[in-house]
Design a protein around this ligand. Structure first.
Ligand SMILES: [Zn+2]
Length: 254
């Protein structure tokens, strides 16, 4: 089973559209970050977490040519706005693409991207909305992946955290309830929001992400949702060996 971090940038990526690189060294290819999405592959089962605005380039760059379903963390544009790019997988598989999310996110997706779920103007619906369960099994033939899900704070809303094969994916998170910390014990990989140095109401900052990592002691921590404030080499040089900055296209055997 493999996980690919398709994108590890914050909402505007790095650089921004205005060519602003912040502290990031533009000569280092690991500083070119697209928006957060991740891809899970187990045999012929292909699962996407979030459809970023960069999803098309992310699929092409990583030579991904199939998709069975999408799990959404929340409805913000940097996690969802690539949704309409997924149409070729409806044509390829000749069945609706299953979309899994909590009720608030499904409601927002159905409103914003109504054509995907209801069709219209001569187009047919291409997606099926499904409520994500606390324990969720996705099956295709002989392959399956079991997800444990729970809510984390993401500013004024919540975001769904996904745990699968001793790997936790919390790309957008400002706080984790103390009662949920036990769900994150004994992980091989903790992939966690780490926006910038400064505190931010919607995201964890470097100091807090590190504190969580030291407390949970996963085998490896991967920092994602990285802002232009955080240069790849700076993080790589200054962090302990088991805490790594993500980069676009990072592959983990999980
Ligand atoms: Zn968000």
């Amino acid at each position: 089973m493999e996980l690919i971090i398709l994108g590890c940038g914050s909402s505007l990526g790095s650089p921004w559209i205005s060519n602003y690189w912040g502290n990031c060294d533009k000569k280092n290819k690991f500083n070119r970050r697209t928006r957060c999405s991740a891809f899970i592959k187990k045999g012929n089962l292909s699962i996407l977490i979030d459809s970023s605005p960069d999803i098309k380039e992310q699929f092409i760059k990583n030579k991904i040519n199939n998709l069975d379903c999408v799990l959404y963390t929340h409805e913000h544009s940097d996690q969802t706005s690539g949704i309409f790019e997924l149409r070729p997988f409806f044509w390829k598989n000749k069945k609706k693409i299953n979309i899994y999310a909590d009720s608030r996110t499904l409601k927002a997706l159905k409103k914003k991207y109504d054509f995907c779920f209801y069709g219209g103007q001569g187009y047919i619906p291409i997606m099926k909305p499904n409520l994500i369960k606390k324990k969720h099994k996705i099956i295709k033939g002989k392959n399956n992946v079991i997800f444990d899900t729970f809510k984390v704070e993401h500013g004024k809303i919540t975001s769904t955290a996904y745990i699968f094969n001793k790997t936790a994916y919390l790309s957008d998170c400002s706080n984790i309830k103390t009662s949920d910390f036990n769900k994150l014990k004994n992980l091989n990989y903790l992939i966690i929001d780490c926006l910038k140095f400064k505190r931010h109401p919607g995201h964890l900052n470097l100091e807090t992400s590190l504190k969580i990592s030291y407390y949970l002691k996963p085998k490896k921590t991967i920092l994602t949702n990285l802002h232009t404030e955080l240069d790849y080499n700076f993080l790589k040089k200054n962090l302990p060996k088991n805490i790594l900055p993500a980069y676009d296209g990072m592959r983990l055997k999980i």
